[in-house]
Design a protein around this ligand. Structure first.
Ligand code: AMP
Ligand code: ZN
Length: 119
């Protein structure tokens, strides 16, 4: 498990910064976004420090698969209504131009009743 002492999400994983946990296992951690865009807004992150989707390789395929297969289950648990009339949005901002502010890979899961701040 790689950790960056200057990374805010590594500090959340280590419990050095508080967070509202949604889910945790050996490899993954999910927690509510501190500044939600919608009634449901949490992020799923790998516990290991990986700066962004730009750095992933074949060795990360299983990890990314686990994140994406966890997303629909947690979305429903957190109050998103079912597909196809309900649903949720999955966002991975990658790089500064795309709006990535925290450089530890995170998958936003966003949903719940509208209006949302960002549509
Ligand atoms: P991004 O812009 O994709 O890098 O998203 C980073 C997200 O992390 C933003 O939506 C922030 O609101 C969120 N965030 C930053 N610090 C914290 C924190 N301490 N706890 C929970 N969410 C945070
Ligand atoms: Zn990190």
């Amino acid at each position: 498990m790689h950790s960056d002492p200057d990374c805010i999400f590594c500090k959340i994983v280590a419990g050095q910064i508080p967070s509202r946990k949604v889910y945790e296992d050996d490899e993954l951690y999910a927690f509510h976004d501190i500044n939600p865009w919608a009634p449901v807004h949490f992020m799923i992150i790998p516990k290991t420090h990986l700066p962004s989707l730009a750095q992933v390789g074949p060795e990360h395929a299983a990890l990314l698969g686990r994140i994406l297969t966890l997303a629909p289950r947690l979305a429903l648990e957190q109050g998103c209504t079912p597909y196809p009339d309900g649903g949720f949005r999955v966002v991975v901002n990658t790089g500064t131009l795309a709006g990535q502010e925290v450089h530890h890979l995170h998958v936003h899961v966003i949903g719940g009743p509208r209006p949302w701040l960002k549509t």
